[in-house]
Design a protein around this ligand. Structure first.
Ligand code: NI
Ligand code: MN
Length: 225
């Protein structure tokens, strides 16, 4: 499994021979100017919730690629009405896709579209690939529900928001890492706006001091699991 960070909460995942884009917010991100969304390949686009900083480039990428948009029923319905291919899910449900199994799980946040349309309840995704399992938290507070995830899935990586203000901060992400029984964390949802700027070295050191590994990728950088 290969994971590429496209800035903010935007990810590219290659798994089981398929390409997945998660929460694409690239064209308005000053820090991601070197990423051209027209060059992104996608068989699927996973959307955690309907906020503008997670859906901005969904339609453009779906048009370019013909990707299937996977999200909660309300977000999937919104895009289906616009003629896009979708796969609706809801909390606690799993689906065996051709690249692996995806479960839509709880997050504590909100989820209306920028135009005010109801975007259902926000979530995160657990992806069980052929060899590795990951959790993409989406925008969320620290929540006890994270303890449910390792009861079913042994995680190899957890992707957690760490920017605070709208989501968990670094210290809560460390507790989340305990709840998830996963010491390998990729941080996201930081630095994009003034509200969520963080000190990278301090964040990494806090994880290191708890014998955990916090990875902060350059925008466009990839890791291989
Ligand atoms: Ni949000
Ligand atoms: Mn957000």
């Amino acid at each position: 499994m290969k994971i590429t960070f496209y800035g903010h909460a935007s990810l590219g995942i290659t798994v089981g021979g398929k390409k997945i884009i998660v929460d694409p917010y690239i064209t308005a991100n000053e820090l991601a100017k070197h990423i051209d969304i027209n060059e992104l390949e996608a068989d699927y686009i996973l959307v955690t919730h309907a906020h503008g900083d997670h859906i901005l480039d969904v339609e453009a990428i779906a048009k370019n690629t013909g990707a299937v948009i996977v999200s909660n029923a309300e977000i999937a319905g919104y895009y289906e009405n616009k003629g896009f291919k979708v796969h609706p899910m809801n909390h606690g449900g799993s689906w065996q896709f051709d690249f692996g199994k995806v479960k839509y799980v709880n997050a504590i946040h909100s989820s209306s579209f920028p135009d005010g349309t109801y975007g259902g309840n926000q979530g995160g995704f657990v992806i069980e690939g052929e060899h590795k399992n990951i959790y993409i938290a989406g925008d969320t507070a620290l929540t006890y529900d994270m303890k449910l995830i390792p009861l079913r899935t042994k995680l190899d990586l957890a992707i957690l928001p760490i920017g605070s203000n709208f989501t968990m901060d670094v210290d809560d992400a460390i507790i989340a890492s305990d709840f998830l029984e996963c010491d390998k964390i990729l941080g996201y949802h930081y630095d994009t706006f003034g509200y969520i700027k963080i000190n990278h070295e301090e964040a990494k050191r806090k994880f290191y001091d708890k014998d955990k590994d916090l990875m902060l990728l350059e925008i466009g950088e990839s890791i291989e699991l």
